[in-house]
Design a protein around this ligand. Structure first.
Ligand SMILES: CC(C)(COP(=O)(O)OP(=O)(O)OC[C@H]1O[C@@H](n2cnc3c(N)ncnc32)[C@H](O)[C@@H]1OP(=O)(O)O)[C@@H](O)C(=O)NCCC(=O)NCCS
Length: 225
């Protein structure tokens, strides 16, 4: 593991990256249902954690979600926490999170095969999209692939998924081909998108400037890979 810590930046992004752990499994499953509602069968994250070829990262919130609803005079008593947890259920908020646990807002998973990292999944809770978290996850996956001396990062994306395609294009992924009828729910085609050589000096420079822009826009984020 390595950490890109102590980045000289005045603001801190309220999210950080770290490897997925067993205690994150129920939240990961919840995020997958949110991000990929038609996916069947669901991913066995427990099995993925044991898979030698796979690496998953999660983005988690640095603050306690309960802090946001607590009145200044209130103390964080146990009963208070239980009550708020129940209230969050009532409000239809995500339920897999428990007080005292880190709140996971997104994850990315990659399989490392030969000299290529294959991103198998990236998803962010719908309430948290548009805040730079998907980009942070992709940065983490690419940096992890660089560390593991992979040549390139590749993935499949639905032809209709322009949001994800925009994100990948921003990080240098280019269309390499099409897999006809790849998705079993509606037989939609998948675009194959792949980066150029990620350890080449030109890509490293490009990535560094993208990471700087991300930090300037959203704040610096700890990335434990
Ligand atoms: C794709 C996904 C992970 C993006 O996460 P996110 O946190 O919302 O993305 P970010 O806020 O980091 O945005 C990063 C980039 O994505 C693209 N993007 C994000 N939202 C977009 C939107 N509404 N319209 C167009 N492009 C968008 C842009 O390129 C953006 O960069 P920019 O802000 O400089 O334009 C998220 O939308 C998601 O979980 N979708 C459902 C699951 C999914 O489709 N996963 C990909 C499967 S291949």
């Amino acid at each position: 593991m390595s950490a890109a810590r102590n980045i000289p930046h005045t603001t801190q992004m309220p999210y950080a990256l770290r490897p997925m752990q067993e205690r994150d499994l129920t939240q990961a499953a919840e995020i997958e249902r949110d991000a990929f509602p038609t996916l069947f069968p669901p991913t066995s994250f427990r099995r993925e954690l044991k898979n030698r070829l796979a690496r998953y990262l999660v983005a988690w919130r640095l603050d306690d979600p309960l802090e946001l609803t607590r009145q200044p005079s209130e103390s964080p008593t146990r009963i208070n926490r239980i009550w708020r947890s129940a209230a969050s259920l009532w409000n239809g908020r995500p339920i897999a999170w428990q007080p005292g646990k880190p709140y996971i807002v997104g994850f990315v998973g990659a399989w490392y095969m030969h000299d290529e990292a294959h991103i198998v999944s990236v998803g962010v809770r719908s309430d948290y999209r548009g805040f730079g978290i998907g980009e942070l996850l992709l940065i983490g996956a690419i940096e992890q692939a660089q560390k593991r001396r992979m040549q390139a990062v590749t993935l499949e994306v639905r032809i209709s998924n322009y949001i994800a395609q925009n994100l990948y294009k921003k990080y240098g992924f280019r269309k390499m081909g099409v897999r006809k009828g790849y998705y079993s729910d509606n037989r939609e085609d998948a675009l194959i998108m792949t980066t150029p050589a990620i350890n080449h000096v030109s890509y490293r420079q490009e990535l560094r400037s993208l990471v700087e822009s991300h930090q300037n826009r959203w704040g610096a984020a700890d990335r434990i890979l």
